[in-house]
Write a new protein. Structure first.
Length: 418
């Protein structure tokens, strides 16, 4: 919300605002701010619309390409239940936006498992969808090697098809680069974008919390995999589809080595693979009583337990934005992890993601880079700066012309002189 609100005022991500959201997500949030402002309801509704699309699309893909021996809407029910693993999976996020396009790419990869199919258009779309996903959520760059590996090893891409998919992948990223070039911010984007993979991680939720809630779906997925692999025969196409899913899950897990916000909305990328494997469990379980118990535990039990569990846990974590001890209004800048002062105020400076901003500020700078940083600060000048860690105070010492414009009113608080 803060990012969209600030960009709507005419600023640009990377060039004026330092944050780790993807450029396409930033543009989307700007569009939401224009239409709805700070409306949590709008984020919830749009998130659920995207989830509904993903559920219907993935179920239709599994039916269309005969992933199972029977046509069933069971995957849609299972997928809906998995989305209730956590409250933040249901709301709009860059991960949800990007995963929608990755799912479209996965659907095109499934089409490659159909023999004697003209694949020129499909291979191009695989690349375009994956490139758009990376533009929305930079962490999804890990799916570039997935696309290459599965294309060659499973879908038997020719050299021409591989090049076509790579051209499709880099096309959206090239257009983003052209946008920054025409707005004079390409150099800043090239400098800051790689830093998003190097900044310190926000551990909003622990792996133990995920494991406590995710053990049951994980057991069902593992059981489904072995049932589908060992206990029954599969067509060649179904074997390829299963390989695509297993490798998808492995690359999805690899993404968690580079994410910088450890929160369960990042788990959205695992949901299609788990849906496929859990469906295999229910379709291949011969004892109906076991299937019924597992079904109700998953579809009713998982959402209920998750709701109760996060209610107990979230208020004690950094993920919960509590009311600030002191209310602020107008344009302010918070150089710290506690963003609660923004609840009644707007972002008034360039540093939105604190840990990424700190990494950026700690870099060695030549005269040109210092001049660019000064121009960024001079252009925005927040009325109030909250500086609990002393970063802004160090920054002012580098720029005397900026230092004379601010006065330190209390420990860690600077106000712009009128």
């Amino acid at each position: 919300m803060l990012l969209g609100e600030r960009l709507e005022q005419g600023y640009y991500l990377y060039q004026d605002i330092i944050d780790d959201n993807g450029p396409l997500s930033a543009g989307f949030f700007t569009f939401i701010d224009v239409l709805f402002g700070r409306s949590l309801f709008a984020y919830e509704i749009l998130g659920r619309l995207l989830i509904s699309f993903q559920i219907l699309y993935w179920n239709s893909i599994l039916i269309k390409f005969k992933a199972f021996d029977v046509n069933t809407y069971l995957p849609a029910i299972i997928m809906a239940a998995l989305f209730h693993f956590s409250f933040d999976l249901l709301s709009l996020s860059p991960a949800l936006l990007g995963s929608t396009f990755l799912m479209l790419a996965l659907g095109q990869l499934f089409s490659q498992t159909v023999l004697q199919k003209d694949t020129s258009e499909s291979t191009l779309l695989i690349g375009i969808y994956a490139g758009l996903a990376t533009g929305f959520h930079p962490n999804y760059i890990v799916f570039l090697p997935y696309m290459i590996f599965t294309g060659i090893a499973i879908s038997s891409f020719s050299f021409r098809q591989l090049m076509l998919s790579l051209v499709g992948y880099f096309l959206p990223l090239l257009l983003i680069s052209v946008f920054y070039f025409w707005n004079g911010g390409l150099e800043e984007a090239i400098q800051i974008w790689p830093l998003t993979f190097l900044s310190e991680k926000y551990e909003y939720q622990s792996l133990l919390d995920w494991l406590i809630l995710g053990t049951f779906p994980l057991l069902l997925a593992v059981a489904g995999y072995f049932m589908a692999t060992v206990m029954r025969g599969s067509t060649i196409n179904q074997q390829k589809q299963r390989q695509l899913i297993i490798i998808w899950i492995l690359f999805s897990a690899a993404e968690f080595f580079i994410i910088k916000k450890q929160a369960s909305f990042q788990l959205v990328i695992l949901i299609p693979g788990f849906t496929y494997l859990i469906t295999q469990f229910f379709l291949n379980t011969k004892k109906e009583i076991i299937a019924e118990i597992a079904f109700y535990l998953l579809v009713l039990g998982l959402p209920a337990v998750s709701f109760w569990y996060w209610q107990q846990k979230i208020t004690d974590s950094e993920y919960f934005v509590a009311n600030s001890e002191k209310e602020y209004s107008g344009d302010i800048l918070v150089l710290g992890d506690n963003i609660s002062p923004y609840l009644n105020a707007s972002l008034g400076g360039p540093f939105l993601n604190y840990r990424l901003s700190k990494l950026y500020l700690d870099q060695e700078r030549g005269l040109r880079e210092k001049a660019r940083l000064y121009q960024m600060l001079e252009k925005q000048k927040p009325a109030t700066v909250l500086d609990p860690n002393g970063d802004f105070e160090k920054l002012l010492k580098q720029f005397p012309a900026l230092e004379v414009q601010y006065t330190k009113t209390s420990s860690g608080v600077f106000n712009l002189k009128k």
